[in-house]
Ligand binder design. Structure first.
Ligand SMILES: *[C@@H]1O[C@H](CO)[C@@H](O)[C@H](O)[C@H]1NC(C)=O
Ligand SMILES: *[C@@H]1O[C@H](CO)[C@@H](O)[C@H](O)[C@H]1NC(C)=O
Ligand SMILES: *[C@@H]1O[C@H](CO)[C@@H](O)[C@H](O)[C@H]1NC(C)=O
Ligand SMILES: *[C@@H]1O[C@H](CO)[C@@H](O)[C@H](O)[C@H]1NC(C)=O
Length: 414
């Protein structure tokens, strides 16, 4: 068992969840979470599994995670070349992967770049469990912000307009799983989740998840945090590049170099494949390989007696506004066909659930991944205002069909 993996007991703000949704107090439950100890200050790429707690503009969601809106779309294989992507309203209940730089803080891997401006009615508990879906804890927020007075209580009302550091769970585990490149997704268990179901959903095995998370049993309780390795394409950019260490999960995309370059992974192989991004314009530096007419992503094939000689112009990282390119030649047993890109889906909208599910879904058991506090919530049918803060959770009417629909969507999307 690797020494750097251990379990840690954290108090789940189950009370606050209940208060926020139904004004019912539940007994405090202790939830388990996988923590990765660290010593290097170098951040590594990680993904967070996050379910939208309200209809949110993509720009609002990106602000919650201090992330680039396009990077969020790309990480979910959602078309990022659509017009005005940041103004798109994404529906409550939509499960997404959010890419974050996973840093090291107090010896534990945490995403430390996230800032949150508190709104009226927020408590430490509601920020942790509702806004951030259990990816952080009231304790972590309190400690990172030196909150000492009465407001330090998880359920105490918090001053609106305060900018808070919000450290989030994340993990990298060296970017490998069983010796193969991997990106780690941090997953907050929903009600009724099982390790087997999570493993199926992410095409891994329960054994692998139990090992990685150092779990003795397959029991999962709502609010438990586990990490899930996703096969990934890794880069070998030099350490002085700003996108050093880039890793892209199979079937998804990443945008880099000031949105000039897009990289994708899979489906045919796990070689990172980068080309000029759809929105690349004249402000982007040259993407042509030196001494060649080839652009990023171009390749030529030459049959030789020894096999197929593949010369390709590939991306080498971004430094000081310059896109590095490298021209490499490799001998392969067979010539590759045209490059296949992972499929993209259009940005989901509020009518997404109806489009995919029809008006009245048949009741079926939850497949998990739905946030515990989603129980009793239905997705709103009206989009959020195009400006102003995201709506408070209390606005959502109770309902059960929504949860069922969300479970279905979760399985469709993943
Ligand atoms: C990558 O994804 C594709 C399409 O989903 C799948 O067929 C392939 O097996 C995956 N590769 C790995 C290594 O998981
Ligand atoms: C490109 O060609 C020039 C002149 O022929 C040469 O000096 C330079 O090293 C070449 N650059 C690369 C990357 O091959
Ligand atoms: C080379 O790459 C550019 C940019 O992606 C593309 O537009 C062009 O069609 C490619 N050329 C060849 C011959 O594949
Ligand atoms: C980037 O530019 C700055 C200022 O021009 C320079 O000091 C630095 O060395 C450059 N970095 C690299 C990796 O070239």
């Amino acid at each position: 068992m690797p020494p750097h993996r251990h379990h840690h007991l954290l108090l789940l703000a189950a009370t606050a969840v209940a208060v926020a949704v139904a004004s019912v107090r539940l007994p405090l439950a202790a939830s388990k979470s996988t923590l990765e100890s660290c010593s290097s200050s170098t951040a590594c790429p990680a993904l967070l599994s996050y379910t939208l707690y309200a209809d949110l503009k993509l720009a609002e969601l990106a602000a919650l995670f201090s992330a680039d809106p396009l990077a969020i779309l790309a990480a979910n294989s959602i078309d990022f070349a659509v017009p005005d992507p940041a103004d798109r309203i994404l529906p409550a209940g939509l499960p997404l992967r959010v890419p974050v730089p996973c840093a090291c803080s107090d010896g534990i891997r945490k995403a430390t770049s996230v800032r949150y401006v508190s709104r009226p009615g927020d408590t430490l508990a509601s920020i942790a469990s509702t806004v951030y879906g259990g990816l952080t804890t009231p304790d972590w927020i309190r400690d990172s912000n030196g909150i000492l007075d009465a407001k330090a209580k998880p359920d105490a009302a918090f001053d609106a307009g305060t900018t808070l550091f919000v450290p989030l769970h994340c993990a990298c585990f060296g970017g490998v799983d069983n010796g193969l490149p991997a990106v780690y997704l941090t997953y907050v268990a929903g009600k009724g989740d099982t390790v087997t179901a999570v493993a199926q959903r992410y095409r891994t095995t329960a054994t692998d998840l139990l090992n990685i998370n150092d779990m003795a049993t397959a029991d999962l309780a709502a609010g438990d945090i586990i990490v899930v390795p996703l096969p990934a394409c890794t880069s070998s950019f030099p350490a002085f590049t700003s996108d050093y260490g880039m890793a892209v999960a199979n079937g998804t995309y990443a945008v880099s170099a000031n949105r000039c370059v897009q990289c994708s992974c899979g489906p045919g192989n796990l070689d990172l494949f980068c080309v000029p991004a759809p929105l690349a314009d004249s402000t982007c530096s040259s993407m042509q390989c030196a001494n060649s007419s080839m652009m990023l992503g171009n390749f030529t094939l030459l049959m030789t007696s020894a096999g197929c000689s593949v010369t390709s112009c590939s991306y080498g990282g971004f430094v000081n506004g310059t896109i590095l390119t490298t021209l490499t030649t490799a001998l392969k047993p067979q010539c590759p066909g045209p490059h296949q890109f992972p499929p993209l889906i259009p940005p989901p909208t509020s009518s997404f659930f109806e489009t995919y599910l029809g008006p009245s879904p048949t009741p079926m058991p939850s497949e998990g991944g739905v946030n515990p506090m989603m129980a009793g919530m239905a997705p709103t049918s009206t989009p959020a205002e195009s400006s102003g803060p995201p709506p408070a959770v209390g606005r959502h009417a109770g309902g059960f069909l929504g949860v069922l629909a969300l479970s279905l969507v979760a399985s469709l999307l993943w």
